[in-house]
Design a protein around this ligand. Structure first.
Ligand code: IVH
Length: 681
């Protein structure tokens, strides 16, 4: 028979095991899948509880417990079946540790009390990205390692080299040293990337941290360069480095040309620390990147060494996490939005509230299951949160809702736009309107997608014009675009002869758009830009693609059974075949050309003499030369009065720069140039 003690112990031992499993899983989802399931706070609370239980039951010590190691982002770790993602794994010289978290003045006071009397504390911003370790040997950047499992990391140097602020060569620095910091995607870049992904119906990144993490692990440095990562460095390590304090080392790194933030302060007591926290809790909203707290570090390096480390964190540093902003507000109504593929998305219409400096009055409710899992209905008071994410989230409701008796929730049975009966495919979360060819937002959405920049790139046909022409009965599907006449457009209010001609010129030019983009433009469900490119490379004509079976399609990289089914279904629909035939008649590219022109073709640069100078992040020099020629310009070697402009990269030659200044020749950045010739990178 069990004695009294073991009866009390048993549930706690079970809890300990359960917490280990839960935290292990949360680590995996956060670091490997890049899909966090617990908030930082929930994670920390569970971790603290686990630490307490492990202290209580030392016989259950396990070196593999999540309390004993940091999470892992290694491309292949814990995924025995996954293929290697192509990064070299390199052992860290010094383990890459995490930081202990705190959430209140009391916790900080507690931490300071345990430090030697009178220590200086450096306060810094805690950047919310992912950590990186840069190794320099004899002035050269030789490795850029992710944290990995703390002991070894993935070498993502090629991707890191796309960040212009990171020096690649240094003169006069110690022979070896390491700089650690945080890789981030700015709010601006994050929003632009998500906008693009939304247009292409690709899954959105939940926050800039996830977007930066997904970007850093890409295999294509060109795409990484296009997305534009940023970095802040905050920790220098190595033997025989100058300086006796952390602050001096940061200053040195800044002097060597590294991007080190100015938001750093040496504090002498808790009040100064709290003042720094209060200032930045408000001011961080004006920063271009996400921050989620403040990091406190003992300034003196000898004192740091004395304090030492636990298995996972240094004792000489701690993080203070800002509270997530949360507000309670009234859910006035749930409305429904129909997308271009017919997905019906419920939207919460809220009593406006102020949150992180913006007014929030709408938030997505994702799908029926989401609403049911939170059990929310119109009339409820709901919690709206804006944590690391820019998109506000509804995270729950107030429990004492009287509204329970007053209203009920049921997902609509029919499409709010066209009245068709909605369908929900087994295994999918979304309800869809099946009336593809008769439901206005689906019709207009498909046309908007077709003409968009990355698809057929037809200038002048914006959302409003499409709506106008649709309501006039002139546009019902994508093939109708090629039947539009100048007088149809010119007859519309606000349109003249000139704008009608421009639109027609755009339509005409779209006939040269290559097959891969035509395929993307068709708007087959889940066939995004990249997938379309991969399919078009294997199936170089539409006729071949039309007869491909789902099984054959699955052999293409990135094409799974669902996408394959969508393609087969698309070609099985007689209405689509009719549209395709009309597009073919109109002269669209339905097969890959003999020698594809990867950079398009136009006469935008006709008559221009262009000098290329410096180094570039997005394309090679030869590619820029090819682009200039493909768009009718001439690439010339030296700057003269006749030079139209200089395509100027980084580190442009000083002679050319001087001459350009003297002659007043314009310098154009690669971004401006790509924009000018409308290259979709
Ligand atoms: S110092 C040994 N300083 O926060 C101490 N970390 O939650 C190394 N982080 O893994 C870290 N801003 O990725 C430090 N100013 C800063 C930071 C910072 C962001 C990240 C870092 C670390 C994580 C811990």
């Amino acid at each position: 028979m069990m004695d009294l003690f073991s009866q009390i112990e048993e549930p706690e031992r079970e809890e300990l095991k359960r917490l280990r499993k839960e935290l292990e899983e949360a680590n995996y989802k956060y670091y490997v899948l890049n899909m966090p399931t617990l908030s930082d706070r929930e994670f920390d609370e569970k971790m603290h509880r686990l630490q307490a239980l492990e202290a209580q039951y030392p016989d259950m010590f396990d070196p593999k417990s999540p309390t004993q190691h940091v999470g892992s982002d290694l491309a292949v770790s814990r995924q025995p079946s996954a293929v290697s993602k192509g990064f070299e794994t390199v052992k860290h010289k010094y383990p890459m540790l995490s930081l202990a978290n705190s959430y209140s003045r009391e916790e900080i006071e507690d931490w300071v009390r345990k430090l030697p009397q009178g220590v200086e504390i450096v306060c810094e911003l805690k950047y919310d990205g992912l950590s990186i370790s840069l190794w320099y040997e004899n002035g050269e950047l030789v490795h850029a390692l992710t944290r990995g499992d703390g002991t070894q990391g993935d070498d993502v140097i090629e991707n890191i080299k796309t960040i212009p602020s990171i020096p690649r060569h240094l003169v006069g620095t110690p022979s070896t040293f390491e700089l650690r910091g945080e890789v981030l995607l700015s709010w601006e870049r994050f929003e632009a990337l998500n906008k693009e992904r939304e247009e292409q119906e690709e899954p959105l990144f939940a926050n800039p941290r996830n977007a930066a993490s997904g970007t850093l692990k890409l295999q294509d440095p060109k795409e990484v360069a296009r997305r534009g990562l940023t970095v802040y460095l905050y920790y220098m390590l190595g033997e025989d480095l100058p300086g006796k304090t952390h602050y001096e080392r940061l200053t040195t790194a800044r002097e060597w040309g590294f991007p080190v933030s100015d938001a750093v302060k040496v504090c002498k007591n808790v009040d100064e620390v709290m003042a720094f926290i209060a200032y930045w809790d408000a001011e961080r909203k004006n920063l271009p990147v996400a921050t989620d707290g403040i990091v406190l570090k003992v300034n003196n390096l000898a004192q740091q060494e004395e304090l030492g480390y636990t298995a996972k964190t240094p004792r000489w540093a701690i993080a203070y996490k800002f509270p997530a902003e949360k507000q309670l507000t009234l859910l006035k109504e749930i409305t429904y939005q129909v997308g271009r593929t017919g997905v019906v998305t419920p939207v919460a219409n809220l009593e406006p509230v102020q949150l992180s400096g913006t007014i929030v009055q709408r938030a997505t409710l994702h799908n029926e299951d989401f609403i049911r899992s939170l059990d929310i209905r119109p009339g409820d008071r709901v919690w709206v949160e804006k944590g690391g994410e820019i998109i506000p989230k509804i995270t729950g409701r107030e429990l004492s809702a009287i509204s329970r008796q007053l209203s009920d929730f049921s997902f609509p049975m029919t499409c709010p736009e066209c009245g068709a009966k909605l369908v929900r495919v087994e295994g999918e979360a979304a309800w869809r309107c099946p009336n593809e060819t008769g439901c206005p937002p689906q019709i207009k959405g498909k046309i908007e997608h077709f003409v968009s920049r990355k698809a057929m790139n037809i200038d002048g046909l914006g959302e409003e014009t499409i709506d106008l022409l649709y309501r006039q009965g002139l546009l019902h599907n994508i093939a109708d675009i090629y039947d539009l006449k100048a007088e149809d457009i010119a007859a519309q209010e606000r349109f003249g002869e000139k704008s009608a001609q421009n639109i027609l010129a755009g339509i005409e030019a779209s006939k040269q758009v290559p097959w891969a983009r035509v395929l993307f433009a068709l708007g087959i469900r889940m066939v995004g830009e990249t997938t379309a490119k991969k399919i078009a490379r294997v199936y170089n004509t539409i006729d071949r693609l039309q007869w491909a079976t789902a099984e054959q399609l699955c052999a293409i990289e990135d094409v799974g059974p669902q996408i394959a089914e969508n393609i087969v279904a698309y070609f099985n629909d007689i209405r689509n075949l009719e549209i395709l035939e009309r597009l073919r008649q109109a002269g669209l590219q339905m097969e890959a050309g003999e020698a594809p022109e990867p950079f398009g073709h136009s006469d935008k640069l006709a008559g221009m003499s262009i000098v290329i100078s410096g180094t570039f992040a997005q394309h090679s020099r030869d590619e820029y030369k090819a682009m200039i020629e493909a768009h009718g310009g001439k690439n010339v070697g030296s700057v003269s009065k006749k030079t139209s402009f200089i395509l100027a990269g980084e580190n442009m030659g000083p002679e050319k720069l001087k001459k350009a200044e003297a002659l007043g020749v314009r310098l154009m950045s690669e971004e401006e140039f790509l924009d000018m010739i409308n290259i979709v990178v």
